[in-house]
Design a protein around this ligand. Structure first.
Ligand SMILES: [Mg+2]
Length: 125
């Protein structure tokens, strides 16, 4: 990763997952800020208020708006379609859908620090 001051939008309905992810990202030294969202709709609201987000880490199974639905919305939006998105999920059967609908990467939970950093390096230019 060329940047070491990334702003990451973390989207997960599980608060404990969000806190663990945030701690892992901040500890990496590559991330300056983690914005939290609890579902896809919440995340899209955050994206509309900020244009400085570098990366989205996206859960799939969430109430209100799940990850696949959010991918469709983001990839259909001219202002958002280039944003790197890594899907993080416990459900391996969602991998094809995630990639088909525009995810740049896919990782199985529980997330390991090394795997996350490697995957982030592949999607952040
Ligand atoms: Mg979930």
């Amino acid at each position: 990763m060329s940047k070491d001051n990334l702003i990451v939008l973390a989207v997960d309905d599980d608060l404990i997952n969000l806190k663990l992810l945030k701690a892992m990202l901040i500890k990496s030294g590559k991330v300056q800020e983690v914005i939290e969202a609890r579902n896809g709709s919440d995340a899209i609201g955050q994206l509309k208020t900020r244009n400085d987000i570098d990366l989205i880490l996206l859960d799939i199974i969430m109430p209100v708006m799940g990850g696949i639905e959010m991918l469709k919305v983001v990839r259909a939006d001219d202002n958002l379609r280039q944003l790197p998105i890594i899907v993080l999920t416990t459900d391996e059967t969602k991998k094809n859908d995630a990639l088909e609908f525009g995810a740049n990467g896919f990782l199985m939970k529980p997330i390991r620090n090394d795997d996350l950093m490697k995957k982030m390096a592949t999607v952040i230019v």
